[in-house]
Design a protein around this ligand. Structure first.
Ligand SMILES: *Cc1c(COP(=O)(O)O)cnc(C)c1O
Length: 429
């Protein structure tokens, strides 16, 4: 079944983690729609609760359907283990809960998904976890932000929405010098386009809600442990390096080695914070992942065709898409995601705010909504929706100026996608 290097990416996307169901022979992974699992006997229960044996107790912590999804994502990213969560934001919460104590800091790229900016600026601050912002186009700004309280660095490989490609290797060097893990949100690229662990990342996080699930029908998040970070030093990450009273004084990094971070996020984070994914959503996302390589290539090829067509349109002032040869991120795209630049792009309309409203009002094939990573083509005019509460200067700083339209290009026929934009632009002054 496998080539000399082990199974290829497309084979892993279909098979990793799965086997015919041992109880029934079912070929598709069954939806284990159960909250809890019967123990063999009292000793078995004791060994599960004490982390001496792997097995299922309760779906908040593990579930067999979810376990197949976790193994598949770990395989696709090239990590040692993964933990699924109810959403991308839940996965981020589990990561920082495992790494930070009140009073600690982390450095984050300024160019992030808007929801992450809110989560870091507001909810995380109320936990005493202080974000320090840095500029992904200026690596020195990351270096300058490091203090003795810094516990992690957080970036996106391909940033939402502007098509910003981050120089992962350069920031990984900063993280290494600071002795902190580099966390990479790989949602927009997916492991099909970009593999952050090969460039020095320590932890990968996903919103599986987007391209991994891929069909716009289920929320999910994932954490992937790269297995290379040394958690043992000087009590900097106490959840991993100090004895756990509830597990008989076990030290997680000693017992679990290169997947200790994933274990901690599960047996401390999921256990106590509780944002578990439902088995039904795990099943839907797992099914979506089977076609990830096909979909991501099609998304990228369609987006490239759309970006080139928009670049030549007389009502379009600019197009931001890293796949375009003249784009400022094109060289980084060629290095980190050579198979394609993904589905998401922004473009500016010469007609400004009113033209943006007109285009989103006149599209027919595109859906006007606030999401990305669906099979369907999606469109939004941030200035009149997600960013409408901001002042104009703030909108522009966030890449959501009055003229900006964002697309998540779907997997329909490229000619139909372009024809829809063509007729909407024709109706726009
Ligand atoms: C959507 C998204 C998130 C948040 O994920 P949810 O599943 O919506 O909680 C985080 N990062 C990026 C890049 C996203 O696009």
């Amino acid at each position: 079944m496998t080539g000399e290097q082990g199974p290829g990416f497309s084979t892993l996307a279909v098979h990793a983690g799965a086997q015919p169901d041992p109880a029934t022979g079912a070929r598709a992974t069954p939806i284990y729609q159960t909250t809890s699992f019967v123990f063999d006997d009292v000793d078995h229960a004791a060994s599960l609760f004490g982390l001496q044996a792997f097995g299922n107790i309760y779906t908040r912590i593990t579930n067999p359907t979810t376990a197949v999804l976790e193994e598949r994502i770990a395989a696709l990213e090239g990590g040692t283990a993964a933990v699924a969560a109810a959403s991308g934001h839940a996965a981020q919460l589990l990561i920082f809960h495992t790494l930070l104590k009140p009073g600690d800091e982390f450095i984050a790229s300024r160019k992030l998904y808007g929801g992450s900016i809110n989560q870091f600026n507001h909810s995380f601050k109320s936990f005493g976890w202080d974000v320090v912002w840095a500029d992904p186009d200026d690596i020195a700004s990351f270096e300058a932000a490091v203090t003795p309280r810094t516990k992690a660095i957080f970036i996106e490989s391909l940033a939402n929405p502007g098509g910003v490609v981050t120089d992962i290797e350069a920031i990984a060097k900063v993280a290494k010098r600071a002795g902190v893990p580099l966390i990479v949100d790989n949602t927009l690229a997916t492991p099909y386009l970009c593999r952050p662990f090969e460039h020095g990342a320590d932890i990968v996080v996903h919103s599986m809600t987007k391209f991994l699930g891929g069909h716009g029908n289920s929320m999910g998040g994932a954490i992937v442990d790269g297995g290379n970070f040394d958690w043992s030093r000087e009590g900097r990450y106490p959840m991993l390096s100090e004895p756990r009273p509830e597990y008989g004084g076990m030290v997680l990094h000693e017992t679990f080695g290169n997947f200790a971070f994933a274990i901690a996020a599960r047996v401390l984070g999921l256990r106590d914070l509780g944002p578990a994914i439902s088995p039904m959503n795990a099943f839907l996302i797992l099914t979506g992942i089977e076609t990830l390589p096909l979909r991501m290539q099609r998304h990228s090829d369609n987006a490239m065709a759309v970006a080139e067509w928009l670049s030549g349109h007389d009502k379009v002032a600019w197009v931001s898409y890293a796949g375009l040869a003249g784009d400022r991120y094109h060289q980084l795209q060629q290095k980190y995601m050579p198979k394609g630049a993904g589905a998401v792009m922004t473009f500016g309309l010469k007609g400004g705010y009113d033209a943006g409203v007109s285009v989103v009002s006149n599209v027919e094939l595109f859906s006007h909504l606030a999401n990305i990573g669906d099979t369907r083509s999606l469109i939004i005019h941030p200035a009149s929706t997600t960013h409408r509460q901001l002042a104009d200067a703030q909108k522009i700083a966030a890449g959501a100026g009055p003229d900006v339209v964002r697309l998540s290009v779907g997997i329909e026929d490229a000619e139909d996608i372009i024809a829809d934009l063509d007729q909407a632009l024709a109706k726009t002054a």
